[in-house]
Design a protein around this ligand. Structure first.
Ligand code: SF4
Ligand code: SF4
Ligand code: FES
Length: 385
């Protein structure tokens, strides 16, 4: 048993007062959860402390909250670990080294209803419905169930692990800047259907998500949702998969994100180093040195990028040579052999050559088969979410 101080951000709308902080002392084994601490405080000190929970086992997704500023599940975060983090944060800030309060707040990017209870409907469920979260299959429904090869479902098992807790939404920096952003949870859900071989509207779904100004290109790859997700869904990876599929579908990305990604891979393959000027040109007018096929958009975008290039030139942060596409030096020939071997390895092993998705197809299959086995033995998570 150890004693902890939890500092809770409270809001009791019926009182007519604004939000305030309140501290509670709780006695718990360090292996018990932050949610256990909150329930003890509610039981012993103040029955009006509002917190949403049900399973207490990281299954139902009810207890999303911010603990020491990080979004996650109250029932999955051990209070001992939360204390260690609070002490580490205080030590880094120079405000103390141990015995600090564990700070607990409601999830971000959502209106607060009461204490730690947020309005999931307005920001989470509305966005989930936005992506048509059900299967739109071909033709007549079969007499019995749809039959698909298990292997063809492997790609989507990661997104199927979502428990709709909203922790990723709470931590999303893009959503903070643009509340209309469809967001990590809904886009991960969208990939669950885009990647489903039974769905007949893949192209329509991709066009919809790519053409929406608050859609898949609104994500800034900040990785927060990956850190926050308690179930390993890695929403940002699902968004990258949606982007790649949209690129394969020939959908034009308003920010040239897919072309930028392709250009990045191509420039590194050719030079081993990042030639930024060549990257801009390649992103809008594909073709490596001598094989240029400038498009109207390529020229417009290159002209538009001139002020961005001129500023560092004026401040002498870049040399003129670096500002002209193709003049930046590359790696020496022997180092280029190493670069080429990475590309060959990636191609031979069907590795997803995406900056954000790592691993080999074989590993992904093993990992997901493992998850599939887990799901099939656990009745609570057996159904497809
Ligand atoms: S990676 Fe994208 S979706 Fe995830 S939290 Fe950051 S901005 Fe939001
Ligand atoms: S993706 Fe992860 S963090 Fe986001 S709602 Fe689903 S389980 Fe929660
Ligand atoms: S109470 Fe169910 S996920 Fe925490």
């Amino acid at each position: 048993m150890a004693e902890y101080t939890i500092k809770v951000r409270r809001f009791q709308p019926e009182s007519g007062e604004g939000p305030y902080w309140e501290e509670f002392n709780v006695d718990l084994d360090p292996s018990l959860s932050v949610l256990d601490g909150l329930l003890q405080a509610k039981d012993r000190d103040d029955g009006s402390l509002a917190v949403r929970c049900s399973c207490r086992a990281a299954i139902c997704g009810s207890c999303g909250m911010k603990i020491n500023g990080q979004s996650g599940l109250g029932c999955k975060t051990q209070i001992g670990e939360a204390q260690e983090l609070a002490d580490k944060q205080a030590s880094a800030a120079g405000t103390g080294s141990d015995g600090n309060s564990i700070v607990i707040e409601p999830m971000g990017n959502m209106p607060v209803i009461k204490d730690l209870i947020t309005d999931m409907e307005s920001t989470h469920w509305t966005k989930i419905r936005r992506v048509t979260p059900w299967l739109l299959p071909h033709g007549e429904a079969p007499e019995r169930e749809y039959v698909v090869e298990p292997e063809s479902m492997i790609d989507i098992t990661q997104s199927m692990a979502c428990i709709q807790c909203g922790a990723c939404v709470s931590s999303c920096l893009s959503m903070e800047a643009d509340p209309d952003f469809i967001g990590p949870a809904a886009l991960a859900k969208a990939y669950r259907f885009v990647g489903d071989p039974r769905d007949a509207e893949t192209s329509e779904r991709l066009h919809d998500l790519a053409e929406d100004p608050h859609g898949i290109y609104d994500c800034t790859h900040c990785f927060s949702c990956i850190d926050a997700c308690p179930k390993g869904v890695a929403p940002m990876d699902q968004i990258m998969r949606l982007r790649r599929k949209a690129g394969e579908e020939g959908i034009e990305d308003p920010n040239a994100g897919h072309a930028h990604e392709v250009a990045f891979v191509k420039v590194i393959e050719k030079k081993g180093l990042l030639d930024e000027a060549l990257l801009v040109q390649e992103s809008y007018a594909p073709g490596i040195k001598g094989k240029l096929k400038p498009s109207k958009r390529g020229l417009t975008e290159t002209i538009k990028s001139l002020p961005t290039i001129l500023r560092p030139l004026r401040k002498r942060k870049v040399k003129l040579r670096q500002a002209i596409p193709g003049l930046h030096h590359g790696l020496p020939k022997d180092s280029m052999n190493d670069v080429k071997s990475i590309y060959t390895h990636a191609e031979e092993h069907n590795e997803e050559f995406n900056l954000y998705i790592k691993g080999e197809e074989g590993e992904l299959i093993d990992e997901n088969v493992e998850k599939g086995i887990e799901r099939s033995t656990d009745p609570d998570t057996a159904e497809a979410k």
